[in-house]
Design a protein around this ligand. Sequence first.
Ligand code: NDP
Length: 453
Amino acid sequence: MVINDQEVQEAVDQFMAGLKRRNPGEHEFHQAVEEWVETVMPVAMRNPECDRNQILERMTEPDRIVIFRVTWEDDDGHARVNRAWRVQFNNSIGPYKGGMRFHPTVTQSVLKFLGFEQCFKNALTGLPMGGAKGGSNFNPKGKSDREVMRFTQSLMKELHRHIGEHTDVPAGDIGVGARELGYMFGEYKRLENEFTGVLTGKGLTFGGSLVRTEATGYGAVYFGRHLLEQVGDGYDGKTALVSGSGNVAIYAVEKLNELGAKVVTLSDSGGTIYDKDGIDAEKLAFVKDLKEVRRGRISEYADEYGCEYFEDARPWGVQADLAFPCATQNELDEDDAKQLVDNGCMAVVEGANMPTTLAGLHVFEQAGVHFAPGKAANAGGVAVSGLEQSQNSLRISWDAEEVDKRLKGIMSDIHDQCVHYGERDDGTVDYVSGANLAGFNKIAQAMLSHGLV
Ligand code: NDP
């Protein structure tokens, strides 16, 4: 069936109008769906089964959302109240799977966008995992360990009813690292009286997988290596900008260093450091201690090493060959994208989820910048979470070399799928379309097999 661009655009507009009507005010969710539907609509229009079975409508409607109050007590004996969610989006290809985020900016819209993208990301890994996301507007900054523990235990008192190793397997995300996952696991174990792989990202002494901590950052850099090789290039001698200074950013820098690139920036919500000499292994050890142990601000790096610090700024004004946004959604907008293009940036690899706005993405597309979307490039984290589940089920632990080898294989497969579905006539690759279509095809086939459920 021949369908022209105008017909596709009209169908996209009509679909988005309906989605916005059904989900008022959920801007992040609208944005994630719009980026997706622009690429899958032509395929859906060519396949009458999609319309007959309302595949696009069903894929954009979560299976369920659990919303609950979390009441806890702070160190002064005052009661505190937060809101928490678990968005179980789609379990067509496996149990729900996706991280928990603790951050004051968490809303239902943010978790719906994350849960939606998680479905396609998980499908790309080749592992049997459906998509979900959860979290709370709780702010862990400035809280004592005991306050975080009491909050997390209170949250789990409700969440435990809705999750399980065959139902829904949460993991970490912004504000949820080893400490929070440890408390969550301990409380789940107490409430259910069972020791299972119900969470991933666990500590190594109680069922965690080696390389899980590093997996998202490493995986993004492996993906970037394939992307560069696709155009006959590599990391050697390249300068890279990395944003954020959390889990993803730290291990992206570690692997970029190892593979010959020089990373010159890191950031947090306070600002950006610019170290023109490069953030080498010794300086990165300082950042790990600063962020993972002391929970300090990135400005302290500038004090320590005497480099530049730009308060309230993001890294995108600095000249570099590569950009790895690894902090949060919508941290790279249209103006940032134009600045990167003007400064000669040749590739953008998203370590974070949806860090680039839709307008920013269009700037990169028009300028011919190679662009790897988060749902493909940052899938290494959930892939190793899937491997953690496998190890828990088998009651064995693979060594780091084995897990890293599997991670590399999965990132290479994801890259191949993007090329297969996204190669343009001129031989360049549209990674956004490629990732969306590969994930869509797999989930759609499973949904069609299951009937109208
Ligand atoms: P962390 O909490 O470890 O680090 C997040 C970093 O981003 C911090 O430096 C934080 O700064 C910064 N940041 C967070 N929110 C904002 C904001 N609103 N404005 C500016 N800076 C902000 O999280 P992760 O590294 O785990 O996650 C980073 C991104 O990667 C997220 O988009 C996440 O969804 C995605 N991701 C993570 C995976 C994982 O395995 N951890 C897997 C796949 C994707 P500050 O400390 O000042 O808040």
